[in-house]
Design a protein around this ligand. Sequence first.
Ligand code: ZN
Length: 401
Amino acid sequence: MTDLIITNGRLLDPSQDLDGVMDIAIEDGEIAEIASSIDQSTAERVIDAKGLIVTPGLIDIHTHVAAGIRKASPEDMMGDADTAGVYSGVTTVLDAGSTGAYNIGGFTNFIAPGAVTRTLALLNVGTMGVARAPEVRDADDIDIEAGIAALAARPDVIVGVKARMVSPGIKSLGIELPKAAKKIARGADTGAFLMVHVGDIMGQDPVAAELAPQLLSDVLTEGDVVTHSLSFQIGALLNGGKLLDEVKAARERGVYFDVGVGRANFSFESARQVIDQGLIPDTISSDFTQAGRHVGPVHSLVECMSKMIALGISLEDVITMATSRPAEVLGIDDEVGKLAVGYDADITLLEAVSGDFIFRDTVGGMHKGSTALRPVSTVRVGQVMPIDFGPRPWGWLPEQA
Ligand SMILES: [Zn+2]
């Protein structure tokens, strides 16, 4: 007895050079068979994916999904895991430091187990996370021992540490700020990585630009992640429009570069400059928040992916950047991120819609595109989940020209 067969879809998994109309069978939450035609007579459920793209479940490695365990008011602009996740076509989300050593128990004990979406977290180097932003004002806001203890206690959920290179922490602590985060990541011996947010959105302090090369050369090692790689903010990867020289060596060392669109960390102009100087990011993420979803410019991971297509990155590469590559970053690429027999049945059904679309950034820039991805269905360990109405008054698609 097969639980589910997805038939007639275009199976697209560039990590395995898989691209073609094929059937995929799911049993006990795992992918059981992939073939040009699978017998449907014993299947409990069949989904006809004609005209759709079937990809490994999308993975968003920069989200904020700690809603409900922080402020009891609408000011808490975090989102919730399944809104960023399965209801948006995303099967795995990583919360990027919404909570820290003193409040991450709310995340590990309530948020992660309560979600259908595979929900992982980074521990913010600031003890209270961005529940109190700025989360690091001085050394008193960092507790290395408590951070290590949290990582050691819940490596099933907490896979790394997050540090934001923002004021006033970068001014009071300098390079010691990310170094403290690195100390926590290393200290637990759980294989945790460090994700750093570059770009001083909190203070636009010139010290951010001084620290960026040092961060890339002296702090980040193989498996660590730079988020907001396409940012226009001071202290990100551009200095006077020029991509930092240290990026290349960091990449060769195995440091990953993530997009993290967010509300103030991306412009089409800076994205163009970074990409034209040779840095195509490894992963696409949204930096999802409730405000980013509804007010924009984030809206959804699929819209962020459509923006990258508008910037000239191929559909195949965009899928890789939201499936197999982020799975590798998270160290779960032996379970998810591929359409392969024995892998978890985390699968996304997408429609590639053609049209005259307009994408906007937060600094007045806009970019036209002719392809927009729309999530149609999510399968999470074999369970078929509905997609919600979408972030826009009209649903999922971007603004039309
Ligand atoms: Zn963020």
